[in-house]
Design a protein around this ligand. Structure first.
Ligand code: FAD
Length: 531
């Protein structure tokens, strides 16, 4: 064993020399002891954003947590190297967050998924949970857990994202108001820190690492395994859409819905800017929408709003889903006769964005640049934020959805690394509510080439800056900032905690260089810390 480890270390050294060498002599897959590196880096330099294409020098396809640990232990103890490392889950970042220019990308999908389902009541198990690899996709976990009649409680809208990738940012969807984000539904993590230590952590065991890693943008460690809370899965879901022509009424109804968690299982919403959105967002919704809004009347543009909510057929409510929806709808103020519903399987409901993906792929509009911008907005700033968006966006030309829906602050643990906006002050119930706003634009290269894409990125930066000013007080979700000083501003009073956690768990700044938060430091200029 010791000899094997020694060989592996020598071979990692050879790899590092190769990475540092100008002629870069590794040309094809190579095994270094137990570690298998690829030099075909084409997938590792592309992400969903299609804005940045930073090539690493090598790609590691790990077979176990130990492989990840071996690489990071070596890099953190080698004074030779300034090599950085990025974990890549499903590569659905927008701004190269899972890329490592001239460094090493660890393709987490190479880890065996090894999904183990534990059902409440079996053996000594007090709650249902799944143990799953950090590189597994949420859709894989859904398939496996449904075989046991179970499913995670909290989701993202799209399921072809990795468990480690979404736990590194938060993980939000229409269930978040009820169960909190995905990071609030984790019981335990196996993490390899930037110094190569493999640590099993929970809210009470190595809690500092546990909370740092959740929403930690990959800065403190690589999640190789996660224990995710499960609940009984419903077979069917009543999926409802209702339309509005006024922001206040729309958000009023959204807030009404999230005040009824005993009846409502999912709440989201969109700004409806044009016909194209109505068409593409209906790819999965099986009921015909008899809604023909007038986007232009009397020489003025008009926007509409759509609430989407769902009621699970889970046997926990004392009425059919039809009756529950009727009861809820009685209190709502949507446009008369513009409430539509459909009964779908739970699986189809959760996997609805896959149908949109297929529809966009069929017309070549999936693999295009995506200058996306996501923000948390205090309730007090939501009207100003909507005005800011409409001043900066041309409704007729915008391609893609704009999501806007409420979340509850107290569903977010303040120890995790995600930064939420400060509450503006006001009635306690109002302060509890904040919004997530996702400006999810596609830039079709047929009509928007390189210069146009640069303009859109500048526009997003302007919106993000204006939205973060005191009048609105927003914070970016899945943040992207151009410089370390912007990052300091983003973290604000939480910067010191972030920097202390970085110094403790990744003192050389090896991990997740794509965010540009911390510089890489050579071990010669730093004294390594221990856990
Ligand atoms: P990657 O892009 O591979 O990585 C993202 C970051 O996490 C990088 O910094 C990377 O280094 C780090 N990382 C990856 N794996 C690990 C690991 N195992 N351990 C530590 N760090 C790791 N988000 C939502 O919250 N809700 C949504 O509804 C939602 N819908 C989306 C729909 C689409 C079509 C897309 C493209 C994105 C969506 N997102 C959503 C955003 C998505 O959750 C994030 O971009 C997420 O980080 C992507 O996961 P990934 O596996 O592709 O991560």
């Amino acid at each position: 064993m010791e000899i094997a480890l020694f060989c592996a270390r020598v071979n990692v050294l050879i790899l590092l020399l190769a990475l540092c060498s100008p002629c870069n002599f590794i040309q094809s897959p190579m095994d270094f002891g137990p570690l298998s590196f690829l030099q075909n880096t084409s997938t590792a330099s592309v992400d969903f954003g299609r804005i940045l294409f930073n090539s690493p020098s090598a790609v590691l396809r790990p077979q176990s947590s130990e492989d990840v640990s071996l690489l990071l232990s070596f890099l953190s103890s080698s004074s030779l190297s300034r090599v950085t490392v990025a974990a890549r889950g499903a590569g659905h970042s927008i701004h190269g967050q899972a890329q490592a220019l001239d460094g090493i990308v660890i393709e987490m999908d190479a880890l065996p998924s090894n999904i183990e389902i534990h059902k409440k009541g079996e053996g000594m198990v007090g709650v249902s949970y799944a143990d799953v690899s950090g590189g597994a996709l949420w859709i894989e976990l859904l398939h496996e857990s449904l075989k046991h009649g179970l499913a995670p409680r909290s989701w993202t809208d799209y399921l072809y994202l990795s468990v480690g990738g979404t736990l590194s940012i938060g993980g939000i969807s229409g269930q978040t108001f009820k169960y909190g984000p995905q990071v609030s539904n984790v019981l335990q993590l196996d993490v390899v820190t930037g110094t190569g230590k493999l640590v099993t952590c929970t809210p009470t065991k190595s809690p500092e690492l546990f909370f740092a890693v959740l929403g930690g943008l990959g800065q403190f460690g690589i999640i190789t395994r996660a224990r995710i809370l499960l609940q009984d899965a419903p077979e069917k879901v009543k999926w409802v859409r209702a339309f509005y022509d006024d922001l206040d009424t729309f958000t009023g109804d959204q807030e009404l819905l999230i005040s009824m968690p005993e009846l409502v299982d999912y709440v989201e919403g969109f700004i409806v800017l044009n016909e194209q959105f109505l068409h593409s967002s209906s790819a999965a919704f099986p009921t015909h929408l008899d809604f023909a809004p007038e986007f232009h009347s009397h020489g003025r543009s008009k926007v509409y709003y759509c609430i989407e909510f769902a009621v699970h057929d889970d046997g926990l409510k004392n009425a059919s889903t039809e009756e529950v929806v009727e009861e809820i709808a009685r209190g709502m103020s949507h446009l008369p006769s513009h409430l539509y519903s459909a009964e779908v399987s739970y699986y189809d409901f959760l996997n609805r964005v896959r149908m949109e993906e297929m529809s966009l792929r069929s017309v070549g509009l999936w693999e295009v640049p995506h200058p996306w911008l996501n923000m948390f907005v205090p309730k007090s700033g939501i009207k100003a934020l909507k005005d800011l968006l409409l001043e900066n966006i041309s409704p007729d030309e915008f391609e893609g959805p704009i999501l806007l829906y409420p979340l509850l602050r107290d569903k977010w643990d303040t120890n995790i690394s995600v930064v939420l906006p400060d509450a503006a002050g006001g009635a306690a119930e109002d302060e509890r509510v904040m919004y997530i706003v996702g400006v999810l634009r596609s830039a079709n290269p047929a009509s928007c080439a390189a210069e146009c894409l640069r303009d859109l990125l500048r526009l997003n930066r302007g919106i993000a800056d204006a939205a973060s000013a005191p009048g609105i007080g927003a914070k970016q979700y899945i943040p992207h900032h151009p410089s370390p000083s912007h990052w300091r501003e983003h973290f604000g009073r939480r910067w010191e905690r972030l920097a202390a956690r970085k110094a403790r768990f990744d003192p050389l700044g090896i991990l997740a260089p794509g965010h540009g938060i911390f510089p890489r430091i050579s071990s010669a200029s730093s004294s390594s810390s221990s856990l």
